[in-house]
Ligand binder design. Structure first.
Ligand SMILES: [Ca+2]
Ligand SMILES: [Ca+2]
Ligand SMILES: [Ca+2]
Ligand SMILES: [Ca+2]
Length: 451
């Protein structure tokens, strides 16, 4: 696409701001040009960005509902000193003992850690693998299909801006007893932010979709699995700023497709529709006209439970200015899958610094609610929200409730049965790159109160 050439021709379009903009999974938005939605997705009009240094536009809003009793929170995992850098948390029963565990990417330790649930609500932390170069996403999947859970780790090499080929993709192969050997699948490439597994060519072997932020140069690729940890890479898109790839059969033809979020020179979501043989047709299904929209993450869920996978999407990146923080257009939205590759945009709600949108049926009522954490907010204000619930009335109308004001600066959240109650709990990870360095935590467990 010509867009590709344009994107690559304006590297680091604002170096000063770029210095303040960094880069991990769930990363920044910045100098996007007007990139309007195609293929039936109709985003709301967004304000143009506020020039750096200008006061933020005030928006009127009714006082938020607050419920600090919805979850009980406590730290889990090892104690920390200094400023924690947790870039990603996920839940999975890694050892398949029937209890859901927690995995986290710790960029101070350069490790993926495993918090094994040893008894209901009790966790023991161990290092799954260290000496990983800035891990920012851990995907649990039985990649070699031998009956145990492997982990695919996306590594940026360095979470702060860098255009060097320092990214890596590492497969941690489970020996069946939770001993993991590391196999580099990619090395010395533009910084890797996300990787997911799917069989794109239908040969029975799991392939990979990979997001690479890079900095001035990045890409989205897929890697055909040839067996024996050998792969053949094919570039799907050459643009910097890819922060997430998600896999689902979006167009309903039974072949897994790929959605990718781009957040550097553009703020766009791409759909790569799979022929079923590993050839892809791309189109843009969302684009913001606001060059500082602040795209921070996507996830897949069937939000309206019509059988078609939808896309949850947050914009809340706050690193684009010398004054990192909230912006009035930050929030959460979803792209409703209307079938055959068409999507319809819906705003869910405003939320300063929104990151890591997930859908979870919090009340076991067969309705998907939405949870988000805030990475960037007015943290000097003790009432700034750090964890927010958008409760779904069952018709995809959402009511916002603030669940917590601290810890602050959380950028990743995952849900699962983390207390043996059968009800969803949450786990969050915090990443402190900017002051204030107070109300800090590393990993926080949020469990529903005992009935
Ligand atoms: Ca387990
Ligand atoms: Ca395959
Ligand atoms: Ca498909
Ligand atoms: Ca749906």
């Amino acid at each position: 696409m010509e867009r590709t050439d344009l994107g690559n021709s304006r590297p680091g379009s604002d170096q000063r701001r770029a210095l303040h903009r960094w880069i991990f999974a769930g990363r920044p938005g910045a100098a996007a040009l007007a990139a309007l939605a195609l293929s039936g997705c109709a985003p709301e009009a967004k304000p143009r960005s506020t020039p750096a240094g200008s006061p933020a536009v005030a928006v009127s809003a009714s006082p938020p509902e607050i419920n600090l009793e919805r979850f009980r929170s406590r730290s889990v995992g090892q104690s920390f000193s200094g400023k924690p850098w947790i870039s990603h948390v996920t839940t999975a029963d890694l050892d398949r003992d029937g209890r859901t565990d927690i995995l986290a990417c710790d960029d101070k330790l350069n490790a993926v850690v495993w918090l094994r649930q040893t008894a209901p609500g009790t966790f023991a932390e161990s290092t799954l693998r260290d000496q990983l170069p800035a891990p920012v996403h851990a995907e649990v999947v039985d990649f070699d299909q031998d009956g145990d859970a492997d982990v695919i780790v996306a590594c940026m090499g360095q979470v702060f801006p860098n255009n060097d080929k320092i990214g890596a993709l590492i497969l941690l192969e489970n020996d069946g007893k939770q001993g993991f050997s590391a196999h580099p699948l990619l090395e010395q490439v533009a910084r890797v932010t996300d990787a997911r597994a799917g069989d794109f060519d239908g040969d029975g072997r799991l392939d990979l979709a990979v997001a690479q932020f890079g900095y001035n140069q990045g890409e989205v690729r897929w890697m055909r699995n040839l067996g024996g940890n050998r792969f053949e890479s094919q570039v799907l898109l050459s643009l910097p700023g890819a922060i997430n790839v998600c896999i689902a059969d979006f167009n309903g033809d039974r072949a897994p497709d790929i959605a990718a979020l781009i957040s550097q020179n553009y703020e766009e979501i791409y759909l790569f529709e799979n022929s079923g043989f590993g050839t892809f047709t791309q189109k843009i299904i969302f684009g913001s006209t606001n060059e500082d929209y602040g795209s921070s993450g996507i996830s897949v869920c069937d939000l309206n439970r019509d059988g078609r996978p939808d896309i949850l999407y947050s914009n809340g990146d706050g690193f684009a200015y010398a004054d990192p923080g909230k912006r009035p257009w930050h929030g959460v939205q979803w792209l409703e899958n209307r079938g055959q590759g068409f999507f319809k945009y819906h705003r869910i709600g405003d939320m300063d610094g929104a990151y890591s949108p997930i859908a979870v049926d919090l009340e076991n009522r067969g309705v998907m609610d939405v949870i988000c954490v805030s990475g960037f907010n007015d943290w000097k204000n003790p009432r700034a929200a750090s964890l927010v619930l958008f409760r779904n009335d069952g018709q995809q109308r959402f009511t916002r409730t603030v669940l917590a004001h601290q810890p602050i600066q959380m950028i990743s959240v995952a849900a699962g049965d983390l207390d043996g109650s059968g009800r969803p709990s949450l786990v969050t990870g915090s990443f402190y790159a900017y002051p204030p360095f107070e109300n800090m935590a590393r990993l926080t467990l949020w469990t529903p109160p005992t009935p």
